[in-house]
Design a protein around this ligand. Structure first.
Ligand SMILES: [Zn+2]
Ligand SMILES: [Zn+2]
Length: 406
């Protein structure tokens, strides 16, 4: 199952255009009214990041692109089918993550896309490869927003390089992998059956198999007060809570949302998915994961490490001040180094391009020099502009010292 934001990026690629141009010409209903006449896109990229989920942005993006493409099935690229049964809280990631092995295989197969699973907060691993999903670009070390106005699937939204680097895969625990596979099975299941009444019926049937509702709440490790709001239908459980309730049976989560208690189809030797991963944090294991991340190359940030562990970054800093301090120091040193080497690279590129043009044409105007440089290097940046100016000045000074040819 592909994520809607990824589909939009592929549509833009197929039309040789940017995501922003695609929206402006093909899905202009998404433009905020105040921006429609000016062509400004406002906060559209951010809204696009929510397009994979289940809120009003998802509905608007599905409607706009179904009209634009003539397809009627785009809501399957989102979680809209769950919107009446599952709470959006904690469902989607703030930034996207990726599995490098999947991307590498997709590139060989000739079709690169970003699955909906990668956008989900509860999915820490790739169900196929068992590797921990990565939140950062292996080249520039930065986070990946779900959508960017010129983005392409599998390409860094910041430095525009292929997201597959030479970094080592990081493994996950069997419990995390089992949980990922449970969520993957749920996402892959047809969701036509999910409905609020069905869910309430399943909750009642599940409670009936325990002595009391309180007893069931304890077994599922969910608050009893929340359980009673789900029974009454006054609030929706989170995905986390649905999985926790299903683990009591164990019951298949897709049938549970449709109102039936059925055994999950587990393969022999499968590890039972832990009921909840985030509620009680295993600090010994968390600490060893954080220490492991200290050898990541390029170094990772505390925020990304926390996101990978599904723990709040402030919480992680509070509990592991020494370890997160080391992460932070290492990243800061690397970032400083990176910006120094970037400056050196820019000076090199600009000097070579400007000199070559001067030697050939006797002049090196701004626009022409800029056109010959990689897109991320722009002359309005001070160091680029100063290098260009200095090279021209010293070339002209050199020329005026050379005696005229006879
Ligand atoms: Zn994978
Ligand atoms: Zn990058």
């Amino acid at each position: 199952v592909e994520a809607l934001a990824s589909y939009v990026m592929r549509l833009a690629a197929a039309h040789h255009t940017s995501v922003s141009a695609l929206i402006r010409w093909g899905a202009s209903t998404l433009l905020p009214p105040s921006h429609a006449s000016t062509g400004q896109l406002g906060d559209l990229a951010r809204a696009g990041g929510f397009a994979n989920g289940m809120g009003r942005h998802a509905a608007a993006w599905v409607a706009a692109f179904e009209i634009a493409t003539g397809r009627a099935d785009l809501s399957q690229l989102t979680h809209l089918a769950w919107s009446e049964v599952i709470s959006p809280i904690g469902l989607m990631r703030e930034n996207s993550a990726h599995c490098r092995s999947c991307l590498a295989e997709m590139a060989v197969a000739g079709l690169v896309y970003e699955p909906l699973l990668w956008a989900m907060q509860g999915v820490l691993a790739c169900p196929t490869h068992g590797e921990r999903l990565r939140a950062l670009c292996p080249h520039c070390g930065r986070m990946q927003p779900s959508l960017h106005l010129w983005a392409r699937p599998g390409i860094c939204r910041q430095c525009r390089r292929w997201l597959v680097g030479r970094t080592k895969p990081v493994s996950v625990t069997p419990g995390e992998l089992a949980r990922t596979r449970t969520i993957a099975a749920l996402v892959a299941a047809p969701m036509t059956a999910a409905n609020p009444l069905g869910l309430r019926a399943a909750v009642e049937a599940a409670i009936a198999q325990s002595a009391t509702a309180k007893d069931f709440a304890i077994k599922a490790d969910v608050p009893e007060s929340s359980l009673s709001t789900w029974r009454r239908g006054t609030s929706r459980p989170s995905l986390d809570a649905v999985l926790a309730m299903c683990a009591v049976g164990p019951w298949d989560a897709a049938s549970f949302l449709g109102g039936r208690l059925t055994r999950p189809e587990t393969e022999a030797g499968d590890v039972k998915a832990p009921r909840r991963l985030r509620k009680r944090i295993d600090w010994v294991r968390t600490r060893s994961t954080v220490l492991e991340r200290l050898t990541d190359d390029p170094p990772t940030t505390v925020k990304a490490t926390a996101e990978g562990l599904s723990i709040d970054a402030r919480w992680l800093r509070l509990h592991l001040p020494l370890e997160t301090g080391l992460l932070k120091e290492r990243y800061a040193a690397w970032a400083k180094d990176r910006s120094a080497s970037r400056r050196a690279r820019i000076r090199d590129l600009v000097t070579t391009a400007t000199l070559a043009m001067l030697e050939r044409d006797g002049r090196a105007p701004r626009q022409l020099v800029e056109r010959g440089l990689p897109p991320e290097i722009q002359l309005r940046e001070r160091i680029v502009w100063e290098t260009w100016r200095d090279v021209r000045a010293s070339w002209q000074a050199d020329r005026s010292n050379v005696p005229e040819a006879a």
